[in-house]
Write a protein that binds this ligand. Structure first.
Ligand SMILES: Nc1nc2c(ncn2[C@@H]2O[C@H](COP(=O)(O)OP(=O)(O)O)[C@@H](O)[C@H]2O)c(=O)[nH]1
Ligand SMILES: [Mg+2]
Length: 295
């Protein structure tokens, strides 16, 4: 059987639902999701193998102006991922006006000669008439090969989007084994799951200054997996908040994380978490690499 592959970048400003879409496509949580911008820090591949075709979706950190070294890194990841792929999916909110961030991405897409498809996401939140307006505005703005309304949350339109993507597949060997859903090492997925719970449970300022390192990841003979994780934060006061009164917050975060870790690993997980202070790690190249935010 001749196999085909398609490398597809999922672009869009923060919070439009790129990671939610990636997860829906692969049928598993590989990219973390929150309602806070800049949730995704590194480039994550979501892999879908259907019959003779393998799709590699590249979920990018949202495009934004950089303020720290971590921010610089994230912006570069976005720049690199738009070049050299078979297709770019631009994900946008169902809003009938084009903001400056979308305009910037449209410009980049025009500049690469890479085919582009528009996915208007979150259609579960708007009326039909409104959606038609949004489609008209974007149809005028750029030469999209297709415009597909979707809901990454409910899955509406996602199959249609995948069908469109199939047209861009090129003959070639699969890049990943057929049963694999991501290029991220399991350790990294575990660390990200923990970071997601920090984003969910804590006010904005604190999780954005955290990083998670998995210091132990081992499987027992009976299949149980032991994971030790250290949560780094930037201030002693943040450490106190993350741990919480009587350790309640850390317990809550760990228990939410454990459930997702078990879902991903398909087995029982014992998760132990620690919190440490590491000032200004977001401005240190070394620490950014150390936490897995690099190629
Ligand atoms: N109602 C609705 N919310 C969505 C949809 N897709 C994503 N979201 C929400 O939008 C927020 C941002 O999603 P995320 O995937 O992290 O966005 P990203 O920054 O582009 O990766 C989260 O709160 C999601 O639950 C959708 O189709 N419908
Ligand atoms: Mg994301």
């Amino acid at each position: 059987m001749a196999t085909k592959t398609a490398m597809i970048t999922i672009a869009g400003r923060p919070n439009v639902g790129k990671s939610t879409l990636t997860n829906y496509l692969v049928g598993e949580k590989i990219a973390i999701v929150s309602n806070k911008p800049q949730t995704t820090r590194n480039r994550i591949c979501g892999i879908v193998t259907r019959g003779d075709t393998q799709f590699v979706f590249v979920d990018t950190p949202g495009y934004h102006r950089a303020r720290t070294k971590l921010g610089d890194f994230m912006v570069n990841v976005v720049r690199e991922s738009i070049a050299d792929v078979d297709l770019t999916i631009l994900v946008v909110e169902p809003v009938a006006s084009i903001g400056p961030q979308e305009e910037g991405l449209l410009e980049k897409i025009r500049g690469t000669r890479c085919p582009a498809v528009l996915a208007i996401n979150k259609i579960d939140t708007v009326e039909k008439e409104k959606l038609l307006e949004v489609m008209a505005v974007y149809a005028q703005a750029a030469d999209f090969d297709a415009i597909v309304p979707i809901s990454a949350k409910t899955g509406d339109g996602v199959e249609e989007l995948l069908k469109v993507c199939g047209k861009y597949a090129q003959e070639g060997p699969f890049l990943f084994p057929e049963d694999v859903t991501t290029d991220q090492p399991e350790r990294q997925v575990m660390a990200e799951i923990i970071r997601e719970k920090l984003l969910w449970c804590l006010d904005r300022e604190i999780p954005h200054g955290t990083a998670v390192e998995i210091t132990k990841f081992s499987e027992r003979a009976n299949g149980i997996i032991d994971i030790d994780a250290t949560i780094y934060c930037e201030k002693a006061s943040h450490k106190g908040i993350i741990i919480g009164k009587h350790g309640d917050m850390l317990k809550k975060i760990s228990s939410l994380a454990r459930t997702d870790c078990e879902k991903f690993m398909g087995t029982k997980v014992y998760l132990t978490t620690w919190v440490k202070v590491k000032e200004n790690w977001r401005d240190s190249d070394f620490l950014i690499r150390n936490f897995g935010y690099s190629e």
